[in-house]
Design a protein around this ligand. Sequence first.
Ligand code: G3P
Ligand code: CA
Length: 245
Amino acid sequence: MNVFAHRGYSGMYPENTMLAFREAEKTGCYGIELDVQLTRDGVVVVIHDETLDRVSDKTGFVRDYTYEELKKVNVAHSWGGKHGFQMIPTFEEYCQWVKHTDLVTNVELKTGVYYYEELEKKTVDLIRQYGLTDRILFSSFNHMSIVKTRELAPEIPVGALVEPLGLGNAGYYCHEHGFQCYHPGFKGLDQETVENCKKYDIAVNVWTINDMGALEQIYEWGCDGAFTNYPGIAQAWLHAKEMKY
Ligand code: G3P
Ligand code: CA
């Protein structure tokens, strides 16, 4: 089973920052999950919410700020000074770093609440520019976005992200639409759905696995991947389970 650091090592460090990505890599995890959006001037940036309010010292929509303006935003603000000032990374900055690692990156296109024009194209262009096509997995709650990335870059696999209740006959759905992976929330997932996906050769990567019970359960079901805020713990458990030392 593959461990993805969800928004980087976000259980211990400010989410979606280069600090959280670097710390995740140190755990030996398989991959990193991150979220991309566009600034007002069309720069692909790594941030989860559509607004700055929850994690930073500023308010308002990401899409209303230029990148120069966003450089001054501290996305470690909610950690109360523990991690100093952390900047919103550009996706290009992330690509420059990750190309020197063995990590696989799950790029979630945040187009389910606001549909950014050209987010898919700009993201694919950067991935190509940095020669990362064989180490990327796209996903989105907006399945039109993954259809679009597949058209732009057919060689990059895609995963259908779904809300916590999940989707009945998910394996068939993904198979019919040419999606290689199914990305359900743990709460709505059961063994029957995992088996349905296996029947159609669809990989199941589950979010967000932050307790041992959930981790053991999806491992027993034979899921392919886990998104977790604690990649260090998940990776250590997996190593012990599989005696991979
Ligand atoms: O991709 C799994 C997970 O990241 C989806 O939910 O809200 O954390 O982006 P969210
Ligand atoms: Ca995400």
